[in-house]
Design a protein around this ligand. Structure first.
Ligand code: GAR
Length: 219
């Protein structure tokens, strides 16, 4: 371990599914000179493939199975306790498919990022690719934002777009959007770990100044 690793910001990733974003973050953080370290991966699904990817990379994992909790508060309370064991500087939601309570979100204000497969504020929630197709949109894409109490509504940090082709389906769009996700998330996580990216109240700040518009990566 390099001396600098001892003080590297501690990243905790939450994932419910396949984990392709987790994998891109693992690869980025293992590359030399990355200013942060993934210290744990948590999931609400015991069989999430993301957990296997984490283990293969030698990263600690934990599960808080939402089906075992009566209320959202109980689940979030346990998740919070598990997360706090790792004292993370940053929580990265990478396909974490749970709606979180206000208390949870407030506890990690300014320290939690989410990736969402649409150009927010368009299409918060589920079925984003299908909805973009049904609306006849020309552009679609991905958004990375700080997590606040509003579902998929926190301050936006970065977006990447793509042009919808006439023969695109929800499946092809999902794949094409994910290619953008895998590029963009490691960049944003790096900025956070470098101390360049912050949330002050509800305002995104970059290099100490308010970010007038989100970073935008065109196709
Ligand atoms: C990603 O496409 C991410 O944008 C989406 O889940 C997928 C997870 O894929 N997240 C959401 O829909 C959150 N509302 P992955 O497990 O392969 O990273």
């Amino acid at each position: 371990m390099m001396a600098s690793d001892l003080t590297a910001p501690r990243i905790l990733v939450l994932a419910s599914g396949t984990g392709t974003n987790l994998q891109s973050l693992i690869e980025a953080t293992k590359s030399q000179g990355f200013p942060g370290e993934i210290v744990a991966v948590g999931s609400n699904r015991p069989k999430a493939p993301a957990l296997g990817l984490a283990s293969q990379a030698g990263i600690e994992t934990f599960v808080v199975d939402h089906t075992q909790y009566k209320t959202r508060q109980d689940f979030d309370g346990m998740l919070r306790a598990e997360i706090n064991r790792y004292a993370p500087d940053l929580i990265v939601m990478a396909g974490f498919m749970r709606i979180l309570t206000t208390e949870f979100v407030r506890a990690f204000h300014g320290r939690m990022l989410n990736i969402h497969p649409s150009l927010l504020p368009k299409y918060p929630g589920l079925g984003t690719h299908r909805r973009a197709l049904a609306a006849g949109d020309r552009l679609h894409g991905v958004t990375i934002h700080f997590v606040t109490e509003e579902l998929d509504g926190g301050p936006i940090v970065a977006q990447a777009d793509l042009t919808i082709d006439p023969d695109d389906t929800a499946e092809t769009l999902a794949r094409r959007v994910q290619e953008k996700e895998h590029l963009l998330y490691p960049i944003v996580v790096r900025w956070f770990c470098e101390g360049r990216l912050q949330l002050a109240g509800n305002e995104v700040r970059f290099d100490g100044a308010p970010l007038p518009t989100p970073f935008y990566l065109e196709d």
